[in-house]
Design a protein around this ligand. Structure first.
Ligand code: DAH
Length: 370
């Protein structure tokens, strides 16, 4: 530890000499190049509160000074302090610049920083795949409003007001619609089927169209339910469209989506807007319809060998009744329709066991599909 010498003589010349020596010592030290640790030691040596040199001068020179010299010693000490503080501060710049210069050296041979690239969300990818299959068969693609009227979502699809078939679609209604006539009241569409009506109102037959989009239901979320999910609606209307056309079209589409070895099964069902109606299942693409893989029960089809995928049917003549004026005379034309849940298909395809994973936006989940 450095100790300042005793000052026996407080004459001007003696003070001048003592302060000048300190200043020279400081300047010499401040010249030397310092790294970060060296600079800290340098700072503490001069400015340290307990035993730094300035503190020592204060204690031993100023406090011990005879009354008539106090003023002069104080002035010189203040000047010295200002010079030392400035010198220490500027030496710091040098120390961190030195550190920076060595830290910032660029190695131009290192690879660049890879920017994370977005990827198609598994739901959108599945939706695009479904749409592409139908596009290749000559279908056009349309989209419709997610906020619908009661008329398009229900009434024109042959769900009469207060009909119990409406119970199957847990509907989210827009509030404050009571003043409107029932069919104009707004709701979040529960399926993409309302687009059947909107398209037929706009264009006379023939029609072949698929409609991808979001739909909403008042469902409590769990591993297989989400209040928002996605559907692709499809329908074809023309002269002489038969149930065989429906079967052939969907059989081809399922093979295109899940592999040419899958088989389709049509079983009787009910939808208000189709007659007859059919649920469509495919043989499990994982276990080839066997229900097990070797000895292990198949998780994808829960051992049944079949996967229920979509609803379908022949357009009910009552539905054509709502658009008859636009050329849809049920005596002259016929059509089929189908609707599939995209999220469910994505989950089956990619073996995702919880639908909420599709909507959490967790990059660790999504990057598996990049
Ligand atoms: N809209 C039905 C639903 O969400 C699905 C559906 C069934 C659509 C049969 C159709 C169809 O076009 O023909 O439950």
């Amino acid at each position: 530890m450095y100790s300042v010498p005793k000052l026996g003589d407080y004459s001007q010349e003696s003070l001048e000499k003592a302060f000048a020596e300190l200043r020279a010592a400081f300047d010499a030290e401040a010249q030397a190049p310092l790294d970060e640790a060296g600079w800290k030691a340098f700072r503490d040596r001069w400015l340290g509160r307990k035993s730094g040199i300035l503190t020592q001068i204060n204690e031993q020179w100023l406090k011990a000074a005879p009354a008539e010299a106090k003023r002069e010693v104080g002035r010189r000490l203040n000047d010295l302090r200002a010079a030392i503080e400035a010198g220490v501060e500027s030496a710091r710049g040098g120390a961190s610049a030195a550190a920076g210069a060595s830290g910032e050296r660029v190695d131009v041979t290192l690879p660049g920083i890879r920017r994370p690239l977005g990827a198609e969300h598994p739901v959108l990818r599945t939706m695009n795949e479904i749409v592409a299959v139908f596009r290749a068969m000559g279908y056009s693609v349309g989209e419709g409003p997610e906020i619908e009227t009661d008329y398009y979502n229900f009434e024109a699809l042959n769900f009469p007001p207060n009909h119990p078939a409406r119970d199957s679609q847990d509907t989210l209604f827009v509030a404050g619609q009571e003043a409107k006539p029932p069919r104009e009241r707004l709701l979040l569409r529960t399926h993409t089927s309302p687009m059947q009506i909107r398209v037929m109102e706009k264009q006379p037959p023939p029609v072949r169209i698929v409609v991808p989009g979001k739909v909403y239901r008042h469902d409590t979320p769990d591993a297989s339910h989400s209040p928002l999910f996605h559907q692709v609606e499809g329908f074809a209307v023309d002269t002489n469209i038969t149930f065989s056309d429906l079967k052939g079209t969907l059989d081809h589409a399922m093979k295109a989506l899940f592999g040419s070895s899958v088989k389709t099964r049509f079983s009787p069902s009910f939808f208000p807007f189709t007659e007859p109606s059919a649920d469509v299942a495919i043989t499990c693409f994982k276990c080839n319809g066997k229900g097990r893989i070797g000895e292990t029960p198949c998780r994808v089809c829960k051992q049944s060998g079949w996967i229920e995928l979509l609803g379908s049917g022949m357009v009910d003549p009552a539905v054509f009744g709502f658009v008859k004026a636009n050329g849809y005379d049920p005596e002259k034309i016929s059509g089929f329709a189908f609707g599939m849940g995209v999220d469910r298909i994505a989950m089956i395809k990619y073996e995702i066991d919880d639908i909420s994973l599709l909507f959490q936006g967790d990059v660790r989940f999504l990057e598996q599909f990049a």
